[in-house]
Design a protein around this ligand. Structure first.
Ligand code: NAD
Length: 298
């Protein structure tokens, strides 16, 4: 039995598999190499870097590979239909990273409200901008969550403890005792912080029209997928101060980042690190252990 962890794997999972006598290869193979050597492995584990597209899936047809696991939540880098057609099962680890993402979103809400990264940078440059950085408190404000699933609800619960009122928009109404459902336009008009927690979409949900509905004091956060927002419309809105600020962790063409962002001091960028905590990676490792053990019969 052989596992290829093409984008790496948490040590707890590596140790577990090695103890079970399972070979774990943590080398990274690019697409061409993966199409040649991938079939030697029974399981291929990927994070977001490796794409299992139709071509790769077809190269794995009839080989040893029977299971592809996405170590994370979004399955947008895996062509699930193509895998199904060639007889490869696909699984993922949906439960492991919600706390990591949620804490980072809250961090960015405070960062943007109190100019933390900007104040750090300019103070280190020798400036003393005490008067410039008069910020806002998040307590008493309204958080609008778009996509009230695992991460959206986890954020809502924590935000409540910080004194925020929570409202949400989703395709479905979610039974809960603290957050009211709002239609999208109403949420955009009413929220002070808007945080997106949707799966990958075919076209952006937030474009110029939606940005125009938002308050000029509002802060938009996207830690879901880059295609949730029309990037050019967001950059225009930030430039013209149509909205107050944004925090973005995910981009349409990762690892490329639109350079127009770099001139803006009201956007906080991170390189898709929502799930990058030791705890989340450890949890992901445990989820992968369960998936593999259940799949092959412990
Ligand atoms: P989830 O499936 O639990 O929740 C998604 C919610 O969005 C669901 O309630 C669903 O009904 C709703 N939804 C789907 N399409 C919609 C639409 N068109 N309009 C309105 N609502 C819609 O997912 P989750 O675990 O909460 O993850 C959310 C997102 O976070 C995913 O895109 C995932 O890839 C991303 N994520 C990012 C990172 C990161 O590192 N930045 C880490 C983990 C997850």
């Amino acid at each position: 039995m052989k596992i290829l962890a093409n984008d790496g794997l948490a040590q707890n999972a590596i140790d577990h598999f090695l103890n079970e006598g399972i070979e774990v290869d943590t080398n990274h193979y690019d697409k061409e190499e993966l199409m040649k050597v991938g079939g030697d492995y029974n399981v291929i584990v990927v994070r977001s870097n490796t794409k299992i597209d139709r071509e790769v899936a077809e190269a794995l047809k009839g080989t040893n590979t029977s299971l592809v696991i996405r170590a994370g939540v979004g399955l947008d880098n895996i062509d699930i239909n193509a895998c199904k057609e060639v007889g490869i099962d696909v699984d993922y680890t949906p439960h492991s990273s919600k706390n990591a993402v949620t804490e980072l979103v809250l961090g960015q809400m405070i960062n943007l409200s109190r100019f933390l990264s900007l104040a750090d940078r300019t103070t280190k440059e020798g400036q003393w901008n005490k008067k410039l950085y008069n910020g806002h408190e998040i307590a008493g404000k309204t958080l609008g969550v778009i996509g009230f699933g695992r991460i959206g609800q986890s954020l809502g619960e924590k935000a409540l403890a910080l004194g925020l009122k929570v409202i949400y928009y989703d395709l479905y109404k979610v039974e809960n005792d603290y957050a009211e459902y709002f239609e999208l336009d109403d949420l955009l008009k009413n929220a002070d912080y808007i945080s997106i927690h949707l799966p990958s979409l075919d076209k952006p949900l937030i474009g110029k029209r939606e940005l125009d509905l938002m308050k000029e004091t509002s802060i938009l956060i996207n830690y879901a997928r880059g295609n949730a927002i029309d990037e050019e419309a967001l950059i225009e809105a930030l430039k013209n101060r149509k909205i107050c600020g944004a925090a973005i962790d995910v981009f349409p063409n990762e690892p490329k980042v639109n350079e127009k962002y770099f001139e803006l001091d009201n956007v906080a960028l991170t390189p898709h690190i929502g799930a990058s905590t030791y705890e989340a990676q450890n949890n992901i490792g445990n989820e992968i252990i369960s998936i593999v053990d259940n799949y092959f019969g412990d």
